[in-house]
Design a protein around this ligand. Sequence first.
Ligand code: 8IG
Length: 272
Amino acid sequence: MSDLYQDPIGTAESAAHKLAELTGKASHHVALVMGSGWISAADALGTPTHEFPAVDLPGFLAPTVAGHGGVIRSYDLQGPNGTIHALVFLGRTHLYEGKGIEPVVHGVRTAVKAGCKVIVLTNACGGINRDYSVGQPVIIRDHISMTGVSPLIGANFVDLTDLYSKRIREIVKSADSSLAEGVYVHWRGPAYETPAEINMLRTLGADLVGMSTVPEAIAAHALGAEVLGISLVTNAAAGVTGEKLSHEEVMAAGKAAAGRMGELLGKVLPQL
Ligand code: 8IG
């Protein structure tokens, strides 16, 4: 068993140390986790100062899904208050990969230990809310965990009332007032939901459903970082249109919306 499972926070600290070595930056300010379909949005941020495989840092696993990159980039972005160092993860580990919860949250823990006070979590997801259309970005206002799996262990009774920072949501909405907000459900997968399950989730107050983001948001918040979540609706959830769900459709919708997403992130990030 690797150190990641024995001492997850210590391994994140080691990874942050190696990151500082590889980039020559003692700390980073903000981190972005780019979900499937978001990889080309990262390109809109400009040219990174550094790029390397995530496995070059302690505790990261090799990626297993096509389109989930497993690459880390460091950017220098110009903002109103000078240059900020942004860390970008292309690809993530998911709970459905069966490696447990630790690798799922290792990236955000590394980012917080590297100095990031703000963690931006992006994802591709299914739209439950009938008002949403494919290709639409939605700010995550709150979540529902349908996995019950927490990255926290022990008597760590973290408050999640303002998990998806109201302060940051307001900044994003002032950059693009057309953005909707919704409640994201974490579904373990890897199978998508049945139409009956989507009806259940809608009844429970869910707008979006996906297989990521929630454990990372909890882990980042528990370490004191502020969290922004943005979902890209890449398919109508099961039963909403009667169409079947396909991974290819998801990737195509992500690609099509990447320009808009990259522009939004480029505008918002330096302000955070
Ligand atoms: I992209 O419809 C994407 N990810 N659970 N359901 C779940 N995850 C998803 C979906 C979806 N679309």
